[in-house]
Design a protein around this ligand. Structure first.
Ligand code: VAL
Length: 385
């Protein structure tokens, strides 16, 4: 047969040999915008690992309805502008069916409006600030928001240490640290714990002596810290350098082993809440921890666990979607299939709940999950019993 003839008959051959049906079972492209460089990479790399592990598992089991999941991973560097660029690339150029991320709430407030306008699900696995899912019906998250976690964390810390009064320190130019501060303030008022002083810092600050000196003079029983991990670690170290022994109470930003890489034992007695714990020995969590260790040679953290669960949530939703190949239609079908998904994941039982109503606006979906409270001992978080 002439080469030309082969080329002409190839499509026909493919049809008759079943190659065409293999080609139809196309990859499902799922975008992941994560902070893989910069300070927020402390969360973003764990997130990427969690997604990779789960996607490999789903694909090894044959994919979803015969389709393999393909992760398109982009580094948004923990910056708003990069999150916007990466969302645009994944949505308009790469034609991802959905986009996971970005890592920081601060970036989500910049990037999610793009996804909502394009009618593509933006699925946050680490965004815990208030108002994220008010951005539109295509914003989903499985990260439990500060407003759900901090009241439980604060109550447990107050009881554990017999706290009568606290000082607060927070970052006032980041959406998550600012939102966490607002929630802490309301929670402390609610739980009738007086605040001795409130101190703020800006992104990138490394010297907190001025703020900590004021906190020291106000003599609190504990320090509430609405901070990202690197700043929190430096704050803790500098507090100890000033001879202060107070325990810390923090939000989701402290929930990373990287805190102890920097703060070491000085971080002991820090209390924070999370839906995930390595001590929660359900079959799903045990399997996740073992598989993560085998693949990456390190222990997972909460960010990896939530990313891992998010991929399984989307895989479950995809089972109910008959993909048509028309991307706009398929993106909407996935958005409609997601709210009713429930799973038993590494973080326990998971379900969505509709975000609080906003007048004149359609809203997205938050995580419906219980928070558990952890305390740092010997450079790691263990369950507070
Ligand atoms: N939860 C935080 C945020 O929403 C960080 C720690 C990822 O920005």
């Amino acid at each position: 047969m002439q080469f030309n003839t082969i080329l002409k008959t190839l499509p026909l051959l493919m049809l008759t040999t079943g190659l065409a049906s293999a080609a139809q079972a196309a990859d499902v492209k799922l975008g992941l915008a994560a902070a893989l460089t910069g300070p927020a990479a402390k969360y973003g790399v764990a997130i990427k690992n969690g997604f990779t592990l789960a996607a490999d598992e789903v694909n090894a089991a044959g994919g979803v309805n015969g389709n393999k999941l393909q992760l398109l991973i982009e580094d948004e560097q923990g910056k708003k502008e990069e999150a916007i660029n990466v969302f645009k690339k994944l949505i308009f150029k790469d034609k991802a069916l959905l986009v996971f991320g970005p890592t920081l709430s601060n970036s989500a407030f910049a990037a999610d409006p793009i996804a909502n306008a394009a009618k593509v699900v933006a699925f946050g696995t680490s965004n815990t600030a208030d108002g994220i899912t008010a951005m539109g019906p295509f914003t989903f998250r499985n990260s439990v928001m500060e407003a759900d976690v901090l009241p439980v964390t604060t109550r447990a810390a107050v009881k554990h240490f017999g706290i009568k009064k606290v000082a607060i320190i927070y970052g006032n130019d980041d959406a998550f640290t600012k939102s966490g501060y607002d929630v802490f303030k309301a929670t402390l008022a609610d739980q009738k714990i007086p605040v001795t002083t409130t101190e703020a810092y800006a992104k990138g600050d490394v010297d907190f002596k001025a703020q900590l000196t004021k906190i020291k003079a106000s003599n609190p029983d504990a320090i509430v810290c609405s901070c990202l991990t690197e700043e929190a670690a430096n704050i803790i170290l500098q507090t100890r350098a000033l001879g202060m022994k107070q325990p810390f109470i923090g939000g989701n930003g402290l929930n990373s082993p990287k805190l102890f890489d920097i703060a070491k034992g000085a971080g002991d007695d820090t209390i924070m809440g999370s839906p995930w714990s390595p001590e929660n020995l359900t079959p799903a969590n045990k399997a996740f921890i073992a598989a993560y260790k085998a693949k990456f040679g390190s222990d997972p953290d909460q960010f990896a666990a939530q990313a891992y669960d998010a991929l399984h949530v989307v895989a479950d939703a995809l089972k109910k979607v008959k993909l048509s190949g028309a991307i706009d239609k398929d993106r909407i079908a996935l958005q409609q299939a997601l709210p009713s998904v429930t799973i038993e994941g590494a973080t326990g039982k998971f379900a969505f709940r509709k975000a609080p109503p906003v007048t004149g606006k359609e809203v997205g979906y938050d995580a419906q999950q219980e928070a558990i409270v952890n305390i740092a001992k010997g450079g790691k978080f263990i369950l507070l019993k």
